[in-house]
Design a protein around this ligand. Structure first.
Ligand SMILES: NC(=O)c1ccc[n+]([C@@H]2O[C@H](COP(=O)([O-])OP(=O)(O)OC[C@H]3O[C@@H](n4cnc5c(N)ncnc54)[C@H](O)[C@@H]3O)[C@@H](O)[C@H]2O)c1
Length: 455
């Protein structure tokens, strides 16, 4: 079997995934292509287009040896036999299914490009997250019979999480490969198993039918997001009843049937995947005539929006019902720590609401200010400030929106001294030591816990 791999789409998934394959499979040649020339240039440099702990070292280990980046999509399709497709599949913003269905235009363009430039048989691997039965559409577009070339479509969804992508790729909980149950399908599945088996224990490589594989990715994200919304809904009840969400989640998390991970109350989940994949699931349920199932999953998103709005409503209420002209320092803009990615970050919605209240919003973040500038473009009263101390100087309130560990070790006595009084702190990630901050003179409000306030 050929040892030449191509990946179309050099984003958060394509780049790290292919870097790991190249690093662990020196006997394969891996090329990553993208239509975005600036992105490809960045992958060829030491200023990678995305921030991910350990990624630069991984890329450097293989780049130029058996890992290459290129913009020549057509030539690379012709030259490689196993083609991963890792293009973006955002929520559709227009026409039928707007706001819910996956926008498959990039996906279909890629399929047509593969068809146009392939001269030999190809294995096409869906790496992007897709609606169930997309492989069927893909195979229909590819195998039109116009060419004497066969395309075998596999599903191989990616489960890496941003911020821990390298670790997740190195030691995945499982690798999932969906293929057809016939000779060609089994052969293609085996070709993909052979790649991952270079470093993933065989018992962690699952092979299923294509539809189970496609649906498992949507199901995993829906279940993870549901845990966040479940905890966040309970955090509202904690605030009303003087129960403490940290104590509640500790108690329920020790139940081995529930488990302790992903039970952290917060201002809400973000990221490019959870919302879009649940909406995609909702759309599929509606399409297949299952409105009750659709409504059940849609509620996970509604609670997420409620939690973000509740956070801002609380800020307004606590700060004497007006934020107008007040300086609010937003600590953290990325949707979670250890990434510069801000797609669907709760900070976007929170900053918009704060700007609507005519606050002066100063945003600081160690990795995400470039993306923040784009997300907040045109909003009045927004300032971006890399230094957290300067961001906090003169502020009436701090709002912690990303759980960057470095925020824990800031000199809060110094920050307190420079703030307008009385100083407010809203911890949207329950990240900091609230009692210590209260003792310093802060009025501290967190998620699902009793306020510690002097006013
Ligand atoms: N980001 C994550 O954490 C994550 C995790 C698992 C799965 N996924 C899924 O993986 C897919 C990719 O996500 P991402 O975050 O890497 O997206 P991304 O936007 O970072 O990257 C996609 C890349 O594809 C390129 N592209 C689009 N059309 C192209 C074409 N016709 N030819 C060549 N390149 C093209 C874009 O220029 C872009 O650089 C999505 O379906 C997503 O749901 C993402």
């Amino acid at each position: 079997m050929s040892r030449k791999i191509l990946c179309i789409g050099a984003g958060y998934v394509g780049g790290p995934t292919m870097a790991m394959i190249a690093a662990r499979c020196p006997d394969y040649q891996v090329t990553v292509v993208d239509i975005n020339a600036a992105r490809i240039k960045a992958w060829q440099s030491d200023r990678l287009p995305i921030y991910e702990p350990g990624l630069l070292e991984l890329v450097r280990a293989a780049r130029g040896r058996n890992l290459f980046f290129s913009t020549d999509v057509a030539a690379q399709i012709a030259a490689n036999d196993i083609i991963f497709v890792s293009v973006n599949t955002p929520t559709k913003t227009y026409g039928q299914g707007a706001g819910k269905a996956a926008d498959l235009q990039y996906w279909e363009k890629t399929a047509r490009e593969i068809l146009a430039h392939a001269k030999t048989d190809k294995i096409v691997v869906e790496k992007s997250t897709l609606p169930v039965r997309t492989a069927y559409a893909m195979a229909r577009i590819l195998n039109t019979g116009e060419k004497d070339v066969h395309f075998e479509v596999l599903s191989n969804p990616e489960f890496l999480a941003e911020g821990t992508a390298v670790k997740d790729l190195e030691r995945p909980d499982r690798v999932l490969i969906g293929g057809r149950d016939n000779d060609r399908g089994r052969q293609a599945v085996q070709a993909l198993v052979d790649i991952y088996a270079h470093w993933v224990p065989r018992e962690r490589i699952l092979t299923t039918n294509v539809w189970s594989s496609e649906l498992s990715k949507l199901a995993a994200n829906a279940l993870l997001a549901q845990r966040v919304s479940s905890v966040n809904s309970l955090s509202a009840l904690c605030e009303a009843t003087e129960a403490d969400i940290a104590e509640v989640t500790r108690a329920v998390g020790m139940d081995s049937r529930i488990g302790s991970r992903f039970l952290q109350a917060s201002v809400g989940f973000g990221g490019s995947c959870f919302q879009k994949d649940i909406l995609n699931l909702v759309y599929l349920c509606e399409h297949y005539g299952l409105p009750e199932v659709a409504a059940y999953w849609e509620q996970v998103i509604k609670i997420n929006e409620y939690q973000q709005d509740r956070f801002v409503r609380n800020m307004i209420a606590r700060m004497f019902n007006t934020l107008s002209g007040k300086r609010i320092a937003v600590f953290g803009f990325a949707f979670k720590a250890h990434t510069g990615d801000t797609r669907e970050s709760p900070a976007i919605r929170v900053c918009r609401r704060l700007a609507e209240e005519r606050a002066e919003v100063v945003v600081t973040d160690p990795q995400a200010l470039g993306n923040a500038a784009h997300d907040l473009e045109g909003l009045p009263g927004i300032v971006l400030e890399p230094d957290p101390y300067r961001a906090a100087a003169g502020a009436h309130a701090l709002a912690i929106l990303t759980e960057w560990p470095e925020y824990r070790t800031l000199d809060f006595a110094r920050i307190h001294a420079g703030m307008a009084k009385p100083p407010f702190l809203f911890d949207g990630r329950n990240l900091l030591d609230h009692q210590a901050l209260y003792d310093l003179g802060f009025n501290v409000f967190s998620i699902g816990r009793a306020p510690r306030s002097h006013v």
